[in-house]
Design a protein around this ligand. Structure first.
Ligand code: TTP
Length: 672
């Protein structure tokens, strides 16, 4: 079925705000003597002066580029100031920059719906604010218009030499007979200029912005005039803008899809897509992608600004290019421990500051096989339920790695550690935490519980290892705060420390929900190394079941619910009576099989089912009863009242056989 097509008459006012040479500005605020000087932030390793990751506009004027190394930058601009990125755990520590990004977000968020898109980018939906301004104080009624507003670039407005440019801008903004869309944009221009001034005043950072009727156009516009400027895309200028925009410059068309459009359809600019009917595009690229392409050719995008001020996921990664590639399990484990430690730290502060918990841990790695013809095989990404606590994250990350490695090497090729024939090399590692949800209000003391690792029940969780297809359409858009630098990763002897190339996903259809793309492989995390063997033999099936040959006692321990599960339970849609009854009798394994067979289900259903599988799939006798007693008394009380509403889900359910199903049912009857 074709996707819904947004109205072309849509008159939203969307802004994309992008900080200018962000890391440089953060460093210059720390060391004001660097202001105005050509400056660059470099990775911490010393090789050839380190790779540049942010370059000031003064340095850019001297020909310095981000693709250069420190030594090259010095050759191009001898007076350049190179500042090293902060380092922790042998890798770049981006906390300083994350904090600075948050300062900006908190200022912008006051103006309307705000979406933090990456460490230094924000989308704003200013429609309400613009409509209010239009109703109360329309631009044409203003006596004074701020200089910053008058410096705006309005696409489609001619800039002839000798014109009084600012006067032209004033006329455009104040025109009485403009259509409503342009009038709303004029209000947007005034609001954004004011916001940018406020950001500068409060943080000392300059930023640039794009203002348009949708996110796609606003993002395109924000990069057109930098630094410290804003660009507007009136509805009437959209076609001209797209007709000259190289196809690869469009978000999500930088990769394979863009290449296919060039080679298969002979398309060079986004405007060239106009020659193809929607049906033709759908024939080539499928229904959703075809419609999406048809829409973008017309500047149509229905993507909403999400009200999200916090990152959607957390990630910690490092690359090991060239001779630095990792070649033994012990070095991989060392680095995974470092990355997991950083990730855990960030999860803890997210929990403490924002009362949010993440529920999925994912391992990505890039690798190659030196003696293999199959060296282009991708290293599979793996996910499992996230258990809080540094050592648990470390343990699970390493298990995921081993599972992925076995799959990567194939069942008969994996060589024991230390064997000279070992052929794998790891050039990038990252661990990330996703599916982050708010903890319901009124559970404040639970924070302390999470913070103290030692109090977390410490048994192995029921791991659910999954082939992970993607986290988000792009690292940046997904706001995982990791940056993709393929060029840097390709450099010899690079130890970037900062960046790690996440999977690149150009196909917009795949950007909807990673859950739907997963190839679920379930096994206890401590048996994750069995994954490859088992999954190989199950090729072609949607769901691979493995590692379930546990004896009874192991089976009992397996069900140890983490506190995260308890929260999930609370958040989950209550299952119907029938479903709950099924849960009490059907093992989670067989339910998985059932879920996997309903391939017609929608993505949403898959997600809900997946949640239920985790939330309601425990038999009472699978739950270690000591878990509740391990909790501090105050938490027990809190949890009791917290879980009480769930009791009613089970009313009417068969009881008395000792196998009633849900964790929620298990917890309330406490005698302490
Ligand atoms: P960008 O917004 O891409 O660039 P920028 O802010 O430095 O410069 P511009 O004014 O052109 O927008 O990236 C934001 C920050 O992210 C950047 O300052 C440093 C960091 N970064 C990396 O660490 N590695 C990368 O590959 C990129 C592109 C950015």
């Amino acid at each position: 079925m074709p996707v819904a097509r947004p109205e072309t008459s849509d008159a939203r006012v969307i802004a994309h705000v992008d900080m200018d040479c962000f890391y440089v500005q953060v460093e210059q605020r720390k060391q004001p003597e660097l202001r105005g000087l050509p400056t660059a932030v470099v990775q911490y390793n010393e090789w050839q002066g380190g790779g540049l990751i942010a370059v000031s506009y003064e340095a850019r004027k001297c020909g310095v580029k981000r693709s250069m190394r420190g030594d090259e930058a010095k050759a191009a601009c001898p007076q350049i100031q190179l500042v090293q990125v902060p380092v922790a755990r042998g890798k770049a520590d981006l906390n300083l920059y994350r904090g600075a990004g948050s300062e900006v977000v908190s200022i912008l968020a006051k103006s309307g719906k705000c979406e933090r898109a990456s460490i230094d980018e924000v989308y704003l939906d200013l429609t309400d604010a613009a409509e209010s301004m239009l109703a109360d104080a329309p631009p044409e009624s203003l006596e004074l218009i701020d200089e910053e507003v008058l410096k705006s670039h309005i696409l489609g407005m001619s800039r002839e030499d000798g014109d009084d440019f600012k006067e032209n801008v004033r006329d455009w903004i104040c025109q009485k007979d403009a259509d409503r869309r342009d009038k709303l944009l004029s209000c947007g221009i005034i609001i954004v200029a004011e916001l940018r001034k406020q950001v500068l005043k409060e943080t000392e950072f300059t930023c640039s912005a794009g203002i348009a009727h949708n996110k796609m156009l606003a993002k395109l516009a924000s990069g057109m005039n930098k630094p410290a400027q804003q660009t507007v895309v009136p509805y009437s200028a959209v076609q001209e803008l797209l007709s000259s925009l190289p196809i690869k410059k469009m978000k999500q068309l930088g990769g394979k899809l863009g290449t296919s459009l060039q080679t298969d359809l002979g398309i060079e600019t986004v405007g060239d897509l106009l020659q193809f009917s929607e049906t033709k595009l759908q024939e080539h690229y499928g229904v959703n992608t075809g419609t999406w392409l048809w829409n973008i050719a017309r500047g149509i995008s229905g993507e909403e600004v999400q009200g999200r001020l916090l990152p959607k996921s957390h990630g910690s990664g490092k690359t090991f290019p060239g001779p630095r590639a990792l070649k033994s399990l012990s070095t991989v484990q060392h680095w995974l421990n470092q990355l997991s430690e950083e990730l855990s730290e960030r999860l803890s502060s997210d929990l403490e500051q924002n009362k949010r918990i993440a529920s999925t841990l994912t391992l990505h790695a890039s690798a190659f096989k030196s003696r293999d013809s199959d060296s282009h095989k991708k290293f599979p990404s793996k996910s499992c339920p996230l258990r809080y606590g540094v050592t648990k994250v470390q343990e699970d990350a390493f298990n995921l790695f081993q599972a992925a490695l076995r799959e990567y090497m194939g069942p008969f090729r994996s060589k024991p550690q230390g064997n000279k024939q070992e052929t794998w090399r790891i050039t990038g590692l990252s661990v990330s935490a996703s599916k982050i949800v708010d903890i319901p209000s009124g559970t404040s003391s639970i924070m302390r519980y999470f913070q103290s690792e030692s109090t977390v029940p410490s048994r192995s969780a029921d791991g659910c290892v999954q082939d992970h297809v993607e986290m988000a359409p792009s690292a940046s858009e997904g706001c995982s705060e990791q940056r993709s630098t393929e060029t840097q990763a390709a450099m010899p002897e690079e130890d970037t420390g900062v960046t790690y190339t996440l999977p690149d996903f150009e196909n917009p259809d795949k950007g909807i929900d990673p859950v739907s793309e997963k190839d679920v492989v379930s096994c206890p995390s401590n048996e994750a190394t069995d994954v490859s063997t088992q999954s190989e033999s199950n090729k072609g099936t949607q769901t691979k079941r493995i590692g379930r040959k546990m004896n009874n006692s192991k089976e009992k321990n397996r069900g140890m619910p983490s506190i995260v599960d308890i929260f999930k339970n609370y958040n989950a849609t209550p299952p119907s009576k029938q479903e709950t009854q099924e849960d009490s009798t059907v093992s989670s394994t067989s339910k998985r099989a059932k879920f996997s067979s309903s391939s017609h289900n929608s993505q949403v259903n898959q997600e809900v089912q997946e949640r239920r599988e985790t939330d309601w799939g425990y038999k009472t006798d699978e739950i270690d009863k000591s878990v509740f007693d391990e909790l501090p008394v105050e938490i027990q009380q809190e949890l009791r009242s917290f879980l009480r509403p769930n009791r009613q889900f089970n009313t009417g359910k068969s009881k008395g056989d000792g196998s009633t199903s849900s964790i929620a049912h298990y917890f309330p009857p406490l005698n302490r």
